[in-house]
Design a binder for this molecule. Structure first.
Ligand code: MG
Length: 376
């Protein structure tokens, strides 16, 4: 019986994780859960899964929490540090995932990593700490799970480069002119994957793929130059690994996050899922295109930041979170997102040595500058 702690149980990944727990009640037990503010769903989840420990981030929502015998803790960091639980699913959104992930690693718990901002902002520190503590970081993001599987769970030696596939987001195939006046509601009609609002907007700007390049760089210890992106609108191939002999290994399935989530929980076993078997003849054709960096400048920005490393990805991420939030509330246009990120990157002074305090300092600075740019 594997004891699981889920950070962000009411979000898309959290709900799908609980669906897996429900399918395999003999394999998994939820011992801890947290949410931001969706208290109605959280109360239902507590009643059904009966965790020992919970945390609710939003204060007014916390007062409405029906504990059902659970203990309310004071923070996500406390929640991941309880003596129960061998793996933490980090399914919350944004940089808020970084500190609890570090605390979970310090507590010796494996990480099922669904929060990409953790590695984007703090990849160097997090990977070094995991190595020091002998903790596994299992990817939950579908692309990284595909690379993980295609690289013999990260054990393969002769890897030449990595290819991340992208659905292309809601605005695939559009021109810059067509996108000048799009709204968040247009982006939220995402074609293939069912995801939360932040990820869906990031997907429509291709920033999501940029964040995934940085995530892949850290997870698989690959230079950013060796990671490329290809648009694959069917979302059947979830990513590929090219070996030194130029043979390529890929992972294929219908797009459903329960496969990578479940593998992160059951590794090294691949047990059954409720999903249908892939029928290639019904899929028909698989197509591939180059991403248009002129139409989707966020991907270009992220590629540059991935190559530069240091604090650049952290600054980019902070500015992106602010810009996406503003776009979601129709306060800025689609192309204001890359503009705000670019201008923030130009304004934040970059320090040398990477520390956890430095990351939070730089993140806050980037957010403040991005917020000032929103006013203009
Ligand atoms: Mg992904």
């Amino acid at each position: 019986m594997k004891e699981i702690i889920i950070l962000g149980s009411t979000g898309s990944i959290g709900r799908q994780t609980l669906d897996i727990v429900k399918t395999y009640p003999n394999l998994f037990r939820v011992v801890g859960m947290s949410c931001n503010s969706n208290i109605q769903l959280f109360n239902k989840q507590i009643a059904e899964f009966k965790p020992q420990y919970v945390f609710v981030n939003d204060k007014s929502a916390r007062e409405k929490c029906e504990l059902n015998g659970a203990v309310m803790l004071g923070s996500s960091e406390e929640l991941v540090s309880v003596p129960l639980g061998s793996i933490v699913v980090t399914a919350m959104v944004g940089i808020s995932g970084l500190l609890p992930t570090i605390c979970a690693i310090k507590a010796g718990k494996d990480i099922a990593l669904a929060n990409k901002e953790t590695l984007v902002a703090g990849g160097d520190l997090v990977m070094a700490l995991a190595k020091e503590k002998g903790v596994n970081i299992f990817p939950v993001d579908s692309e990284h799970s595909a690379i993980w599987q295609s690289s013999n769970y990260g054990k393969a030696k002769d890897i030449k480069n990595l290819i991340l596939t992208a659905s292309g987001g809601a605005f695939r195939g559009k021109t810059k002119e067509q996108l000048l006046n799009v709204k968040a509601s247009d982006a939220l009609k995402h074609p293939t994957w069912n995801m939360g609002a932040k990820v869906t907007i990031d997907s429509s700007t291709l920033m999501n793929k940029g964040l995934e390049i940085i995530e892949a760089k850290h997870l698989f210890n690959m230079p950013a130059e060796k990671i490329s992106v290809v648009i694959h609108k069917q979302s059947i191939i979830h990513s590929l690994v090219t070996y030194n002999d130029n043979s390529v290994i890929a992972e294929l399935s219908y797009p459903d996050m329960r496969i990578p989530i479940q593998l992160a929980l059951t590794y090294p076993l691949k047990i059954g899922t409720k999903l249908p078997e892939l029928d290639l003849t019904s899929v028909g054709s698989l197509t591939f295109e180059k991403p248009d960096l002129n139409v989707f400048p966020c991907l270009e920005i992220a590629m540059q930041c991935a190559k530069k490393g240091g604090y650049y990805p952290c600054i980019m991420n902070g500015a992106n979170e602010i810009a996406v939030e503003a776009f979601l509330h129709d306060k800025i246009g689609f192309y204001d997102i890359p503009d705000i990120i670019d201008n923030t990157l130009a304004k934040v002074e970059v320090k040398n040595e990477i520390t956890l305090d430095g990351i939070f300092e730089v993140d806050l600075l980037a957010r403040n500058i991005a917020k000032q740019l929103l006013q203009k």
